[in-house]
Design a protein around this ligand. Structure first.
Ligand SMILES: [Zn+2]
Length: 140
């Protein structure tokens, strides 16, 4: 209990954090986003998927900080029905790339495919999964 309370108290929305909906069935690409800036009780976020065809840097929107949470549980331990929970914390250093599949940060060595676009890199673990689940990816 003490650890959970500390985590919640320490929670601060920062640039680079990745959020997903608290409700898992809601977890579609368009409701997953990366914090780009925080201003006056709101976060300016980038939605890396879905809008990339028209906007190289994805879609943007403002989200109230009140709907961003450290976990999908309330401080009383109840499941949250609305809002977003932290999926990945901000990168630890400048040379960190977001894997577009698992949405975790990796350094260059951790990536099978490196790209500068938001969430357009692929880590080694996800690349292995891709090869396993789609056999055509390994054929010529
Ligand atoms: Zn990955």
């Amino acid at each position: 209990m003490a650890a959970a309370a500390t985590t919640t108290a320490d929670f601060r929305v920062q640039r680079g954090q990745v959020f997903v909906p608290c409700q898992r069935f809601n977890w579609d690409p368009l409701s997953t986003f990366i914090v780009n800036a925080v201003d006056d009780g709101k976060a300016y976020v980038v939605i890396p998927f879905g809008g990339g065809r028209f906007h190289p840097n994805g879609r943007h929107k403002w989200v109230s900080l009140k709907s961003l949470h450290p976990t999908d549980r309330t401080t009383q331990g109840r499941e949250r029905k609305t809002g977003y929970r932290l999926h990945t914390d901000a990168p630890s250093g400048p040379r960190q790339y977001l894997c577009g599949s698992c949405l975790r940060y990796f350094d260059r060595e951790g990536l099978a495919v490196a790209s500068y676009g938001p969430a357009s890199s692929t880590c080694h673990g996800c690349m292995a999964d891709i090869h396993q689940t789609s056999p055509t990816a390994t054929k010529d």
